[in-house]
Design a protein around this ligand. Structure first.
Ligand code: PRT
Ligand code: MG
Length: 216
């Protein structure tokens, strides 16, 4: 049995076409079913639904053989124990610094002021500001980062941006792009050895589907 860990929402939705290209159909719809283990049309393949930030943990510790996870999540998790064969080019976005529309970020940075930065992405933020030589106090949040500058909790946030609509709706502006983000296939190292043939076949099918998409 091969177990693939996915999170509900954009990663699940964007993975379905890749699975289809590998002749795998998920038989349950996570939006209507409460099941956490989903069967597929392939008797040897199942999907488990886990929290996005738990995907690397499941795969690293053998709760799943493979998983699909954002580069953001992977960097924060560490990911050194995971084989990362493929950038799937799905769930694309960027990770950026944003501040209130009326906050003079350039000036704050130039003056060398200590910035209070709220984020879920503490490792990424720490490394980015350290490389710039900007002193920051990092405030760890688990969600709704956009609220932090509006309530005075922080001067800036480090968060994922896709269309930019969420920032705009909250009177925030993007002032720095830190890095582009997409989702990766991650594989448990032991599973890769023990179940080499089916896992290799899946990696190859995904790679072909990604290549096909980038040329079409
Ligand atoms: O939501 P939950 O707390 O359960 O977990 P999660 O936020 O980790 O999961 P999910 O499913 O929301 O995101 C999974 C992965 O999708 C992330 O780790 C990213 O790699 C990727 N991804 C791609 C995104 C976005 N685009 C995205 N736009 N994840 C989140 N967003 C959010 C962003 O945080 C912000 O609140 O959407 C908002 C911004 O969108 P725009 O279009 O308004 O700019
Ligand atoms: Mg989310």
């Amino acid at each position: 049995m091969i177990t693939l860990a996915l999170s509900k929402g954009r990663i699940f939705d964007d993975t379905l076409p890749l699975l289809r290209a590998a002749n795998i159909e998920v038989l349950d719809n996570p939006d209507t079913s409460r099941k956490l283990i989903l069967d597929t049309n392939q008797p040897g393949m199942r999907v488990v639904l886990v929290r996005a930030s738990d995907v690397p943990t499941y795969v690293e510790n053998g709760g799943a053989d493979l998983g699909i996870t954002g580069k953001d999540t992977l960097i924060e998790h560490g990911g050194s124990g995971l084989y990362q064969p493929l950038d799937l080019q799905i769930a694309k976005c960027r990770i950026s610094v944003a501040v209130r529309n009326d906050f003079d970020y350039e000036r704050a940075v130039k003056q060398g002021s200590r910035l209070r930065v709220a984020t879920k992405y503490v490792a990424i933020a720490r490394e980015f500001f350290a490389a710039k030589g900007v002193h920051v106090d990092l405030i760890k949040l688990y969600g709704s980062m956009e609220l932090a500058p509006l309530t005075g909790l922080a001067d800036a946030i480090v968060d994922l941006v896709s269309t930019g609509n969420t920032l705009k709706a909250n009177h925030l502006k993007e002032v720095e792009r830190i890095m582009d983000i997409s989702s990766r296939l991650v594989v448990n190292q032991a599973a890769l050895k023990l179940k080499q043939a089916p896992i290799r076949a899946l990696i190859d099918a995904f790679a072909a589907a990604v290549a096909e998409r980038s040329t079409s």
